[in-house]
Design a protein around this ligand. Structure first.
Ligand SMILES: Cc1ncc(COP(=O)(O)O)c(CN[C@H](C(=O)O)[C@H](C)O)c1O
Length: 343
């Protein structure tokens, strides 16, 4: 059976090129800063995002939490967007590991309203926690992979600077945002003090993310990573794949956006399903099941039996994520299968 896995772009498998370079990677003990391949990856990543330094981390979650821990002190309040990954999908690490209080605010599809942000920033008062950090997400996963406009990020950054509060960007899919916005990723990264981005999603690496920022921040973050148990030894073996990601996989993200659009348009033609094509910008398709006779969980299970893997994303909603190597031909097969199952 033909299996097409839309559950997430985290399921991407390493390319043959990645496997080749992994096998031959030059390695050393990265805790002693002696792994030449990790150092090369960090240098490429920092340059690519226009920041002074970078840190290779095992996962996006760890990258986000290292950033929070590095920017804040226990008891700080961190402003987060209420549907963000950092607030909803990192197992309460903001509290349990970083010792900070989350202050969730709403957004317009990931874009933060300036007045909402100003209201959320704590003024000086003996009763109040201090706002220690503002966290953004671009593209925004639960808002269907929406790319937050750069104008909005600039406005938010200016408010943060007025209040001497740093911004961390969860840029797990920042290259998808840059692709959609048709801009260099540096033009997004300039409006955040630290950025985490994933090599292991649409960029296809088997493992890893990168945290970038100024040199002083990254040196502190490196120590926090060690405290978290994230210090790695001959990690050049996995970093080598990350270099291939940055050198060869960014340009093809547009293909994932094209296949997502084709899937979304096809799904919106199927009775009982609804896709808001206005919010379909990148590689995530949020499909609402609007026929009350269709049980969403049963539909996901029925599709699994037909080799189409996807996942629920809240009540009566299914998320499909396109990624390498899903191609347009797979979309036609997928739509035909869904039509058959939905009936
Ligand atoms: C915006 C964002 N930031 C961070 C992460 C965490 O990355 P990892 O810890 O999985 O490497 C994810 C992963 N997202 C995964 C997915 O979408 O399937 C799951 C939900 O964790 C993410 O979407």
């Amino acid at each position: 059976m033909n299996i097409i896995d839309f559950r997430s772009d985290t399921v991407t498998m390493p390319t043959e090129k990645m496997r080749e370079v992994m096998a031959g990677a030059l390695v050393g003990d990265d805790v002693y800063r002696e792994d030449p391949t990790v150092s090369a990856l960090e240098e490429i990543a920092a340059k690519r995002l226009g920041k002074e330094a970078a840190l290779f981390v095992p996962s996006g979650t760890m990258g986000n939490q290292i950033a929070v821990k590095t920017h804040t002190i226990a008891g700080h309040e961190v402003i987060v967007e209420n549907k963000s990954h950092i607030y909803n999908y990192e197992v309460g690490a903001l509290a349990s590991i970083c010792g900070v209080q989350a202050h969730p605010i709403s957004s317009d599809l990931g874009a933060i309203n300036p007045d909402t942000l100003r209201e959320a920033i704590r003024e000086e008062d003996i009763h109040y926690a201090e706002t220690g950090l503002i966290c953004l997400e671009n593209t925004h996963n639960q808002h269907g992979g929406m790319a937050v406009p750069i104008e909005n990020m600039k406005t938010v950054y200016e408010i943060a600077q007025e209040n001497q509060i740093p911004i961390h960007l969860d840029g797990a899919r920042i290259f998808n945002a840059a692709t959609y916005l048709k801009t260099d990723v540096k033009n997004i990264a300039e409006y955040a003090d630290s950025i985490m981005f994933c090599l292991s999603k649409g960029l296809g690496a088997p493992i890893g993310s990168i945290l970038v920022g100024d040199r002083e921040f990254i040196e502190k973050a490196r120590k926090v990573r060690k405290m978290f148990g994230g210090g790695m030894r001959q990690a050049g073996i996995i970093a080598a794949a990350g270099i291939v990601s940055l050198e060869e996989m960014i340009h093809r993200l547009e293909e994932d956006h094209i296949t997502a659009k084709a899937l979304g348009e096809g799904l919106s033609e199927i009775n009982g399903l609804k896709v808001d094509l206005k919010t379909l910008q990148t590689n995530i398709v949020m499909c609402d099941v609007i026929n009350p006779k269709i049980d969403t969980n049963q539909l996901v299970e029925d599709l699994r039996k037909e080799g189409i893997l996807c996942a629920t994303a809240g009540v009566n909603r299914i998320r499909f994520v396109t990624h390498y190597p899903i191609a347009v031909g797979d979309i036609d097969y997928t739509l035909g299968t869904i039509l058959k199952v939905v009936g």
